[in-house]
Design a protein around this ligand. Sequence first.
Ligand code: MRU
Length: 379
Amino acid sequence: MVLEAIRYNDGKLSIIDQLQLPFLERFIEIQTSEAGWQAIKKMQVRGAPAIAIVAALSLASELQSLLTQGKLPGRAEEVGVFIIEKLNYLVSSRPTAVNLSDAARKLEAIVSDRSKYTESTAQDVANAFIKAAEAMLAKDIEDNMAIGENGARWICTKALPAGRSKAIVLTHCNTGSLATSGYGTALGVIRSLMLNGSLRHAYCTETRPYNQGSRLTAFELLHDKIPASLITDSMVAALLSRPADRVDAIVVGADRVAANGDTANKIGTYGLAVLARHHGVKFLVAAPLTTIDLATQSGDEIIIEERPSSEVTRIKGLQEDDVTGDAKLGTVRIAAEGIDVWNPAFDITPFALIDGIITENGVAEKDEDGRFHLEELFD
Ligand code: MRU
């Protein structure tokens, strides 16, 4: 059974509440852009492609219900202005992942274009938006399957030592069905390796402080019965230094890839890239073209979201009573009360440490001068 995190049918959107995973699989309905904004901000949905799609579909749901109730503004241009205001609001939910603003810009262009035709009605503009948002959901899954295939092929041909046919791969954070429309990016590469019979073992990091690895990636790996082990973030150096069962590649996702290849991704990614270089392990970024931001020249220009201190000082989990064995979901404090906290959600990996950027249009590698030419992926 395919793991499904976003359900959308005929103007009705619901998402799996990732704050409850892996303990409870509960879907919540998202009927308005306000509810979409809240779900993204609280990280009930997270992952660069998933937040863009949920934002777009939350507004599609709102428009669908206004259409059904006959409550849309009367004129085409008014609907256009209404949609653009809501898109700007949705983009304000989280700043680092470019997919959200990229989706908003594309949807805005469709709406502006449609509301300019003299014969367009308010309904036409709303319907054009809904259709385009729905198409984004389908396109993301398609792109992820291609990323998976491209990445698996690259690893088998360029990362495996002679005589080995199955790869050992490490990934960070969650980049799977829960972070996208389905299948995933870096986790999609692992899924494709598995489907092709080319995966020996996957390692996922815990991904402190928010534990996307231990809560979400581990959940997906178990769901798909992929041979895998969970390690804490601090164990990676020890793992890479083991001569036996050598890791062949580290594959991560991205929230924004700048024109020069500098990559913003989950905090801890940069450290993994440094370790990979030290140990001669291939370091790969897997991301759809919607994550590549050619308008941003380098990582210096990327805004890094800082999250609440409580994500570092508290942890949510299943509390088990030692005596009765009863379990209940709860949050516990794990740090000295009053300590100051710095909690950047992402870091920047310099392009020099990246061996390849896997996209649906192929794997970008650097030229002999050590530069990526990411614009060529868009040809
Ligand atoms: O803070 P999150 O959980 O939204 O961060 C997610 C990541 O950093 C992912 O690696 C990235 O968005 C790619 S998801 C395909």
